[in-house]
Structures are given as C-alpha cells and as structure tokens.
Design a protein around this ligand. Structure first.
Ligand SMILES: [Zn+2]
Length: 658
C-alpha cells in the first residue's frame, strides 16, 4: 500500500498480482530454496493429445496446467512470470540475507538493515501499534474540516498514508518537456469503485464483509465494539461517496478525460472549502500557477463532502487510512485480519507468502535501485544486452515494414507513424545512473519508521521534479522486475534485467523460441505506441493528432472491433451469488492491441531473421518447424492457472486480459 506517484505507463503484465502483501510467518516455502532455471520450449508442458487446430492453448500448455496447480500462497500461477519472479526473488533474497548478516558496503548496510527490520517479527509484535500512534495523535488533534489540508500535509511529511487523493508531479501530456503538478482521485480501499456501487448480491455481500473487517481491525487497535461499529460506518459512508464521485478506470484511460489544466484560482473556485495553499505550503512544493486536475468531478464532490461530513467521521476515515495502509507492517493479528479479507475473501489466496519472500519484495520496492546495483552484477551478463539490442532492431524494422503495407492508411499518416516509430527510445537492463538513497534513514527494529522515511524520500524526489527538465534516463521499474513497459510521454520502451532471462530470453535457444518469447514482449511494448491510447501521442510524447481525420476514423473502427471481440470473452462463470464475469473490452483495449500487434510483428521479424541466415520457416528442430516453435514458445509464456476470485477482481481492475 505504499503510495508512489501515479504516472500513466503501460505494463506488460499486472504489477498487483505479484506485488502481494507483506508479513505473517505462515505460508508456503518457509525455507528459501533455489528455484531452477525455467525451461524455454518445454515439450513436457504440452498436451499432444489435444488438436492444436481446435484448442492451441490446451495443446501448448495442457500438461503444465494439469501438473501445476496454483500454490497456496498465490492467486495466479503463470509458467513464465510467476516462476521467474520466484527465481529472481530468491536471488534477491540471497543478496539481502548476506547483507543483513555481514554487510560489506554502505549500500549493503542500508538494504540489509531494511530487510532485517522486516524480518524482525519479535520486535514488530512487541511494539504493537506504537509505530502508528504518532499519526493517530495528529488526527486526534484535528479541530474542524478546515484543518484537513494542513493535517494531510503533516501526515505526508511524516510518511503516513492518508487516502483522499493523489498529488504529484508528472509530464504535461500536451508538452512532455514540462513537468507539472497533477491531482488525481483516490481515497477508496476496496480494489475498484464498482465494489461500492454495483447493486447485486455478490457485491452487497463483499461490502458487508468489508464493514465487518473494518470493525475487527479497529477492535484490534483498541476500540470498543460500539466505537468500532461507528467508525466502520463512517469509513464506509465516506469511501462510498468517493467511489461514486470517481471516474471509471475505462474513462480514465482516455487521455482527454483526464487532462484539465486549472489556474490555482480556478482550483480554489472548484473546491472553495479546501485550502490548497495551506496544503501546498505544508508539503513544501515549489511555486506554480497552473496544474492538471485529472478528475475535476471527484474534487468537486470531495468539496461537498468536506462541508457535509461530521468531523468525527473524518477522523475515523483518516484513522482507517493509516491503519489499513500499514496493516501488513503491524503485528500478526492485524496482518492476519487484513489477509483474511483482502487476499483470502477477495482473491482466493489460501496462505500468505513466506516472510522472507515478503521482506525481499518489500525491500526491492523500497530501495530497488540500491539492491538492484548488486543484483545486476550477479544476474545480468553484458552479452544479454547486446542480444536484446539486435532483437529490438529486428522488431523495429518489422513494425516499420508492417506500417508500409497497411491498405487503409494514407501515405501522409504512414510517414508520421514511421517518424514516431523511429523516435521510440529503448532502455534495456538497468539505469545508467542509480538513485542516491544516502539520505534515507534506516534502522533495525523500526520497520514502519523505515517505510515512512522511504515514503518521504519518494515523495520529495517526485515533488522536486516540478519545473525541472525531464530526466530521460529515469526508470519506472527496479532491475529484478519481471515486467516491461512503454511510456507514452517518454515514447520509450523499457525492459528490466529481470525479464531478460529464460523462459523469455535464452542465449542458447533458437531464434524462433526467442522471438516467440522476448520478441513478442518487445513487439507488445512497441505496439503500445500505436494502440488506441498510445496513438494519440506523437513521437515527442505529446498528446496531439498526427493522423489525417479519415485515417483516425478508420483506425477507431478497427480498435472498436478488438474491443467488441474481447468483451465477448468470459473470464469467470456464474458461481454462487456471483454472476458470470466477462472481460471489459475497452478497459483492456490497449493491452489486447499490444498483444496482437506484438505477436504479428515478432513473427515478421523472425521471418526476416531466418531469411538473412538463409533458413526457412519450415526447417525443423526436434520435430517442429520454426513456425510451430514460434507459436508454441509464445503460448508457453502464458500457460497459467488462476483462482476464481482473482479472475473476477482482475476483470474489473486489470487492463490486461491475460
Ligand atoms: Zn502492455
């Protein structure tokens, strides 16, 4: 639940499934064991009794799915992402464990101490809720709603989560060379606004269980039964009002919907009862005159709430944000209660991750570029970067050739598309310049304080970007991450060292297997520059129409076709009081476009590569042609099992359909 600045980038896979909760000494894999290197092109994963022309997924993945049920500490188990994440995390753990025991450098001392503070459950138990009492004391002293802006500033300066909204600095979507202040809706604790709004027995049941959960959490923290009931009712009322005022995820994807430049005077007119000057002063941001208010309706409604909601309700809401936002960092009773509702009830996860896994992930999230410096030395050979450079060039050429052949697009638009493609920059492996965390204080035995220091560091790092030139070398993912992203404002594609490993990439595999793995990933990220959202930005990362009107119209007809297709796919059948759940074709449109585009252009790049080497797509290795190996390799990246609960939640919150 750490709050990082919200910048719109598109990931290869959802971050949330794998960034699961922290703490509790239960769970699978209590003792760290080394996971093996994952096989590329795995014949044993296949179900060769299935007809590949009737059910290709079953053919490529059937045996794997049968033999790899979801581990009890997971909600989704993917042959590529999950297995590689487990492996990278283990390698990370080795580094953290050694640093905690015998640090050799000041960096190792810092991340070793951080990791140790997370592993020290005895101290966490002994301290109880003392580490959050400073925040609660600040809230207790609130005199009236007018004091909320100053209080939010104080909580942020302390590093505590406080809900409400997100304020951060990011590139201006219409002028990517400028970094401006931005305001965005936030403030709810359930995974999506639908959980508060949708009127059916399934969500009604979740809501009533959520209220019971809030009551139990407050009771654990010392409330009487009636106090807890009162506080839970207040939290639910405020969060429901915030949910109703929120823009849907699907609408939020549309850049025009979230671009509203306000002068400060206009912001004051939008929300006359929230004193922004006090808040901005409290958080110590530099001077500015205009900002982007991504979701004005939300802030207008928030202003109404500030006027109509009793002071005691606000206090309960803020107390909840602090307690809920750090539940995983508190003693076991709090962790377990949080896990029981947010993980077990909502997603079907049976047991929490083992402590060492949680603390490894937490340290990576907190001090990723500190730990990552040592991680890449051990785990990312320079040869991998050279191979990636070659693959990227092959994919760029294939996409360029593909654009040239489009029968419906005018020459004028093709030329503009090729210009944008040529301007895409590539970042591979890890940052050239690492973040300097030397100002972050880390103490053993003080997990929550350490997290607060990191939150303040991240917040200040972000706020200092105001008005500064854009740092094009900055990374949005840590080196061990098994994921990739495209940023429309940077117009760049980013591949952390963590994903440049088997089964995505294997220096010893034949080209068909690598093009079906990492090649499709590269193609996916490049296609994001031209999906329904990415295509609205030009090569400089500015929101600007560069297509002719007729081409844009023809493009939209085609993307609508993809949206319709995916809306027809069911992700979970009717079960108990839960109705059948379909994908949302518009929420997932960008990812589905990228998946389809990536698969198409990586195949074209493979054909080019084989032609250069005087090989044929029909050549066989181990009984399979190059073409067959390509598609099997691609399919095996996506062999997976997932819980019913996760499938339902993901359909509402995840822009990825797979
Ligand atoms: Zn993507």
């Amino acid at each position: 639940m750490r709050r990082l600045s919200f910048v719109f980038v598109v990931l290869l896979a959802p971050a949330s499934v794998f960034a699961q909760s922290v703490a509790a000494p239960a769970g699978a894999d209590l003792q760290p064991t080394a996971p093996p290197v994952i096989k590329t092109f795995d014949l044993t994963a296949m179900d060769t009794t299935a007809d590949p022309c009737a059910d290709f997924y079953q053919y490529a993945c059937g045996n794997w799915m049968k033999n790899n049920p979801i581990p009890s500490d997971q909600v989704r188990w993917v042959r590529s992402f999950s297995l590689l994440r487990e492996r990278n995390r283990y390698l990370l753990w080795q580094e953290l464990d050694a640093a905690a025991k015998d640090p050799k450098t000041s960096l190792q001392k810092q991340y070793g101490d951080f990791y140790a503070s997370c592993m020290d459950t005895d101290t966490i138990e002994k301290r109880g809720i003392a580490p959050i009492e400073t925040s609660w004391q600040m809230i207790a002293e609130l005199k009236d709603a007018k004091g909320i802006p100053a209080l939010l500033g104080d909580l942020e300066n302390h590093g505590a989560p406080e809900g409400f909204f997100r304020f951060y600095v990011a590139q201006d979507e219409k002028d990517s060379s400028k970094q401006i202040a931005q305001l965005l809706q936030d403030g709810i604790s359930l995974p999506d606004r639908d959980y508060y709004i949708v009127d059916n027995p399934h969500f009604a049941e979740i809501r009533s269980q959520y209220i019971e959960h809030i009551k139990r959490m407050f009771a654990l923290a010392g409330d009487t039964t009636s106090q807890a009931a009162q506080e839970a009712a207040a939290v639910m009322e405020i969060e429901t009002a915030m949910a109703k005022a929120s823009m849907s995820r699907t609408d939020l994807r549309e850049p025009a919907n979230r671009y509203h430049i306000y002068a400060l005077a206009d912001l004051a007119r939008l929300t006359p009862d929230y004193d922004w000057a006090t808040y901005f002063h409290a958080i110590g941001i530099g001077r500015f005159d205009t900002l982007n208010v991504a979701t004005p309706d939300f802030f207008k409604a928030l202003n109404g709430l500030l006027v109509s909601t009793p002071l005691e309700s606000w206090k309960s809401y803020l107390r909840w944000q602090v307690l809920h936002g750090q539940a995983e960092d508190l003693p076991k009773a709090f962790f377990d209660e949080n896990f029981a509702f947010f993980d077990k009830t909502l997603t079907g996860q049976e047991v929490p991750l083992a402590r060492w896994k949680q603390c490894s992930t937490m340290t990576d999230r907190a001090l990723g570029e500190a730990v990552g410096q040592d991680w890449v030395k051990q785990n990312f050979p320079p040869a991998a970067k050279d191979s990636m450079d070659k693959l990227v060039v092959a994919l760029e050429k294939a996409l360029g050739d593909d654009i040239k052949t489009l029968p419906w697009m005018s020459d004028e638009t093709k030329k503009a598309a090729e210009e944008k493609l040529a301007m895409i920059r590539n970042k591979i492996g890890y940052p050239e310049k690492w973040k300097d965390y030397s100002s972050v204080k880390v103490n053993r035995g003080q997990l929550i304080e350490n997290l607060h220091h990191v939150a303040v560091f991240d917040r200040n790092y972000n706020l200092h970007k105001l008005g500064e030139p854009v740092d094009e070398k900055e990374w949005g993912m840590t080196p061990p991450t098994v994921n990739a992203y495209y940023s429309q404002s940077f117009n760049d594609i980013n591949f952390p060292a963590g994903i440049l490993q088997p089964p995505f990439f294997d220096a010893n595999a034949d080209p068909a297997v690598n093009f079906g793995g990492i090649g499709v990933v590269i193609g996916h990220e490049m296609t994001h520059g031209f999906d329904d959202k990415g295509a609205q930005f030009d090569g400089n990362g500015n929101l600007r129409q560069w297509q002719t009107d007729a081409d844009l119209k023809a493009f939209r007809q085609r993307t609508e076709c993809i949206a319709d297709e995916y809306s027809g796919f069911q992700t979970a059948p009717a079960k108990g009081d839960a109705p059948a759940q379909n994908l949302n074709g518009h929420l997932t449109l960008g990812e589905n476009s990228a998946d389809n585009g990536g698969l198409r252009i990586a195949y074209a790049a493979l054909l080019d590569t084989l032609a250069q080497d005087h090989k044929s797509i029909d050549d066989k290795i181990d009984g399979f042609t190059e073409a067959q190996r390509y598609f099997i390799s691609f399919a095996q990246v996506w062999c997976q099992n997932q819980t019913d609960g996760w499938a339902r939640q993901a359909a509402l919150v995840d822009p990825h359909s797979a």
